[in-house]
Design a protein around this ligand. Structure first.
Ligand SMILES: Cc1ncc(COP(=O)(O)O)c(C=O)c1O
Length: 368
């Protein structure tokens, strides 16, 4: 029989990120049902805090769907799409491609705007695509976790609005680590996850929906993620599904921690951790995959030196140093490692640990 883990692991992969002791303790608060007044009061707070972390306008529905980031992706597509609607999916990596596939499964006609992996999308290309054809929806990933690239959502948003398309943004690896400004973007659906920048365990995924998006399609083809039914539960307290109360405790606590720190201070902490990592890696002869203007500070894609047994390095980090980092996905497998510095994991002490561990595993000396 397998046993529960007893030793700590420093989670510096692409997610999940570390969960603070306070959030872990919240999971163990006394059990309540999903319709208990205590839980419903916590949900009210969570809605309010999610609206603030997304910087969403007042009229938006801001809730969390039960499930991980992929469930939130599904929720976006299933609620927006009527068969035959057209979607422009901006694909700059693995998760942009997943977004395209999710929309195609919902019955949309999906056209992909492909961008070389490792680069961000040029807003002029989006403008061109929207001049060449009419799309009902434009969907894109803000922080592309497979390549460590941040896409310029702020520059693309006004282009999409001018063309009167609905705008869907995946903020799974950006929310809580860099600014996500749903009001400024005037975006229609923006979703994230609990387990990265917010520092909660996986299982509840924040999503914010504009009134415009709520009217886009008369029927949602999923019961589980129907926004009207979810609103009836979250706002009017009618049973829809058995939300996990321990996960509600954890998300509530993680968001409380976030606002105790402050959004600006949190973004600055993530930037400082990223800067220290880049400098530390340079000291041991390692460099990032994405160019500086495109870099996603929360997820650092590191070029693997040629001729190295990269799996052995990751295994040494895990078994000798207790540190998890991620492998490359798809065409980047074997070419990059992915080091996430998110939520409570984004600290200078953690940067120091991972750089020292990499230096040891690679047999390189850190400069004094
Ligand atoms: C940008 C992005 N979107 C979506 C997902 C899917 O999220 P999940 O694994 O929580 O289902 C991920 C997961 O890493 C991601 O990085």
């Amino acid at each position: 029989m397998a046993t529960l883990p007893t030793s700590d692991r420093l989670l510096l992969g692409p997610g999940p990120s570390p969960v603070s002791a306070r959030v872990m303790q919240a999971l163990a608060a006394p059990a309540r049902s999903h319709l208990d007044p205590d839980v419903l009061d916590l949900l009210d707070d969570v809605r309010g805090m999610l609206g603030r972390v997304f910087q969403a306008p007042d009229g938006n529905l801001s809730i969390a769907v039960s499930g991980t980031g992929t469930a939130a992706m599904d929720a976006a597509a299933m609620n927006l799409i009527e068969p035959g609607m057209t979607v422009l999916a901006i694909v700059t990596g693995y998760f942009g491609e997943r977004l395209a596939q999710v929309f195609a499964r919902s019955g949309a006609y999906v056209e992909r705007l492909h961008v070389e992996w490792g680069r961000s999308v040029d807003p002029a290309l989006v403008e061109r695509a929207l001049i060449d054809a009419r799309f009902d929806v434009v969907a894109m990933v803000h922080g592309e976790t497979s390549t460590g690239v941040r896409n310029p959502v702020e520059a693309i948003a006004p282009i999409v609005r001018r063309r009167e398309a609905l705008f869907v943004v995946d903020a799974v690896t950006s929310l809580g680590t860099i600014p996500v400004d749903v009001s400024a973007w005037d975006a229609d659906i923006v979703y994230a996850c609990g387990q990265k920048g917010l520092g909660a365990p996986p299982g509840l995924s924040p999503i914010t929906v504009s009134p415009r998006a709520r009217h886009a399609s008369p029927t949602c083809h999923s019961y589980a993620c129907d926004f009207d039914l979810l609103e009836a539960f979250w706002v009017r307290r009618q049973y829809h599904h058995t939300i996990s109360s321990p996960l509600v405790y954890a998300l509530h606590t993680a968001l409380t921690e976030l606002f105790e720190e402050g959004l600006e201070a949190r973004w600055a902490r993530h930037q400082a951790a990223h800067d220290a990592l880049v400098a530390g890696l340079a000291g041991v002869g390692l460099e990032l995959f994405a160019d500086p203007p495109h870099r996603l500070i929360s997820l650092n894609a590191v070029r693997i030196p040629p001729g190295l047994d990269e799996k052995a390095v990751r295994a040494r980090l895990l078994t000798t140093h207790g540190i998890e980092i991620g492998a490359g996905l798809g065409p980047l497998a074997g070419r990059i490692w992915r080091i996430g510095l998110m939520g409570s994991g984004a600290t200078l002490a953690n940067v120091d640990r991972v750089v020292s561990a990499l230096a040891e595993a690679l047999g390189r000396k850190r400069p004094k």
